[in-house]
Design a protein around this ligand. Structure first.
Ligand SMILES: Cc1cc2nc3c(=O)[nH]c(=O)nc-3n(C[C@H](O)[C@H](O)[C@H](O)COP(=O)(O)OP(=O)(O)OC[C@H]3O[C@@H](n4cnc5c(N)ncnc54)[C@H](O)[C@@H]3O)c2cc1C
Length: 430
């Protein structure tokens, strides 16, 4: 086993000031701004880019933060190819889209480097109190919006560090836990209280929160990774992708095998596979039961994995993990095309490995809510009003992965803000 390498370099380099100015001046500042429509938080992209072009970096950061308090993380982790940059009009002229993500990063990093001093306008203090459960992007955005309206907000999280998957999940080559903490500190500076190491339901009964707070926002994200349910899954050397990524990002102890097999082919599988390579694994193979054409990961993530040297095995279904007390290999079966694809009898083969990372997608997590909570669920996700984020129990609002079933940071930020506005409107009417 190889030791943890504490520093993984950034995937993308930031702009130098002059490069940012040149790129900002390429923008056409379209009046109908398709980039702004494509962003779930509707950042006024032409406006913030214009401010970079005129050297007003603080003003640029203010424009971004006004729409999206997680402007820093979104500039680093957003799949811009399918969002703002994918909508850029430059595509129509067969030219490179404006590098909106990198420009946003430029403005936001200058803002944080200069001390992150920009109190967002806060309305006069109100007496009502709101609890946000979970300290991920959804709750952070909700809390910031509520502080802006003058409400007292407390965020509870089971983990020691706030930031949710921005801290513990997103690959380190995109966004570091230390950067995530800069964003958390900015939100703390708005007057939000954080209570970490508090698992609601286990350490802290929900009834206690209900007594103390007027409204509750659920931003609990998703649960543990789905199981493979095959023999050998309990062997040492088998780990789920979310645990593996959290460990290498925040602990000095993690190690990776020399020969790693990742099961699944979504964005999380790609992150785990690329991270394994960067941590020193000699051979990393992604095994996926369907074909290349069915790959659920974004195209740019797939290209990134191939460039990093990750190998892909298509139509391969895990049947058994081999080993006495730790993993020595994985038995896979060939799948034949069809819907759903079927395993081909007798097609079993073994891939030798000393580490298996399971990246099958996460389970739904709203277990802390008892059957009488009055909240409706659909396929394990909390059902909310699409304009306000309010659930069937009027005191409860929700947003982020626990509502949308697992999307992107920017969706969680948008849904958290929406619920913040919804909670404010509801509390005003009480
Ligand atoms: C490995 C991985 C990589 C990803 N990479 C990207 C990426 O590159 N770009 C991108 O845009 N998106 C990415 N995503 C998706 C993105 O991280 C999520 O969509 C986003 O973080 C969802 O935010 P959230 O606030 O809903 O939930 P989370 O970020 O999951 O936060 C939920 C928080 O709730 C806490 N919690 C849960 N239960 C309780 C409880 N009972 N009591 C107290 N606290 C509780 C958890 O500890 C956690 O901190 C990735 C996801 C994963 C798993």
């Amino acid at each position: 086993m190889l030791a943890h390498v504490p520093h993984i370099a950034d995937l993308k380099q930031p702009f130098a000031p002059q490069e940012a100015a040149i790129e900002a001046n390429r923008c056409l500042f379209c009046f109908d701004a398709p980039c702004m429509l494509a962003c779930p938080t509707h950042i006024d992209v032409p406006r913030f880019i214009k401010k970079i072009a005129t050297g007003n970096l603080k003003g640029s950061a203010a424009t971004i933060l006004e729409a999206n308090v997680l402007g820093l993380s979104c500039s680093r982790v957003c799949p811009v190819d399918v969002l703002c940059e994918g909508a850029c009009v430059m595509h129509r002229y067969n030219r490179q889209p404006i590098e909106i993500g990198k420009l946003q990063r430029h403005a936001m990093e200058r803002f944080y480097d200069s001390g992150a001093i920009m109190p967002l306008p806060v309305s006069p203090a109100r007496t009502q109190r709101v609890a946000c459960i979970g300290a991920g992007p959804a709750s952070l955005a909700c809390a910031a919006e509520l502080r802006r309206q003058g409400y007292a907000v407390t965020i509870f999280d089971a983990r020691p560090l706030a930031g949710g998957l921005n801290t513990y999940g997103v690959a380190e080559y995109k966004f570091r836990p230390s950067d995530s903490q800069r964003e958390v500190e900015f939100i703390r500076s708005l007057g939000v209280e954080f209570r970490t190491c508090q698992a609601v339901g286990a350490d802290l009964p929900l009834e206690k929160i209900e007594k103390e707070f007027d409204a509750i926002f659920l931003g609990v994200g998703l649960g543990p990774t789905e199981k493979l349910n095959i023999p050998g899954e309990e062997l040492e050397g088998v780990v789920d992708a979310v645990t593996f990524i959290a460990a290498y990002k925040t602990s000095a102890e993690v190690s990776v095998g020399r020969n790693v097999v990742v099961i699944g082919a979504g964005n999380t599988a790609i992150d785990a596979a690329v991270a394994s390579k960067l941590l020193g694994a000699e051979q990393v193979t992604i095994a996926y039961r369907r074909t290349e054409a069915d790959l659920p990961a974004f195209d740019f993530e797939y290209e990134h994995a191939k460039k990093a040297g990750v190998r892909f095995l298509w139509r391969a279904l895990p049947a058994r993990i081999e080993g006495l007390d730790r993993v020595t290999g994985i038995e896979l079966m060939r799948m034949q095309a069809g819907s759903p694809p079927q395993p081909v009898p007798g097609s079993n083969f073994i891939v030798e490995c000393d580490s298996v990372i399971v990246a099958l997608g996460q389970t739904k997590l709203a277990r802390m809510l008892g059957p009488d909570c009055g909240i409706q669920f659909s396929a394990g996700c909390v059902v909310v009003n699409s304009a306000t984020g309010q659930s069937a129990n009027p005191r409860y609002f929700a947003g982020g992965d626990c509502v949308n079933g697992g999307r992107e940071v920017v969706d969680a930020a948008a849904e958290g803000k929406r619920a913040g506005l919804g909670i404010g409107a509801w509390l005003t009417c009480l």
